[in-house]
Write a protein that binds this ligand. Structure first.
Ligand code: HEC
Length: 140
């Protein structure tokens, strides 16, 4: 896995014009400096769909409860019913562009959904999963 990740990094350096990495690469590097290992989108997908008991709601919830399991589609806020734009950068180019925004929402959403902050490892796995999501991208 480390090899694959290094390749991604190299591709980003070699293809700056085509790669719209947004905030992802710098966040992944930051998470590794904080002790995370290699990142894996399949683990990210499992985390995304894993249900945890939400104590105030009294029901199990996951990231997909608001953002759905198909990230190329819009979501809906579980409590307020508000429309949420699709999470996939493939259909919503404004996603994962701003590291501060990503961190802010990780902090909020991990606390609310899981009852605790996400670890750097988990955040990296989730980012890999979100970044890779694309229309019809069921092959993973
Ligand atoms: C209760 C509903 C809800 C749940 C559950 C939820 N989110 Fe969110 N999430 C939101 C809202 C609302 C926003 C901010 C509005 C927007 O960006 O569309 C947001 C924004 C985000 C963003 C910002 C992305 C960007 O660059 O714009 C990320 C990343 C994110 N959520 C990840 C997660 C993860 C990971 C989980 C599970 C641990 C999760 N969310 C669970 C409602 C939710």
């Amino acid at each position: 896995m480390r090899k694959a990740y290094t390749c991604v990094c190299l591709a980003m350096i070699l293809l700056p014009a085509t790669a719209s990495a947004g905030a992802v690469e710098s966040l992944l590097q930051q998470y590794q400096r904080q002790g995370a290992g290699d990142f894996n989108p399949i683990r990210g997908k499992k985390l995304w769909e894993a249900r945890h008991m939400q104590s105030k709601l009294g029901k199990p919830v996951s990231c997909a409860s608001c953002h759905t399991t198909d990230l190329t589609r819009p979501g809906q806020h579980l409590r307020t019913g508000k429309h949420i734009e699709p999470m996939s950068p493939a259909v919503n180019p404004s996603r994962l562009m701003d590291a501060k925004k990503v961190e802010k929402w990780f902090r909020r959403n991990c606390r609310w959904t899981w009852g605790r902050v996400c670890t750097p490892q988990e955040k990296g796995d989730l980012l890999m999963f979100i970044r890779q999501s694309n229309p019809g991208g069921k092959k993973k």
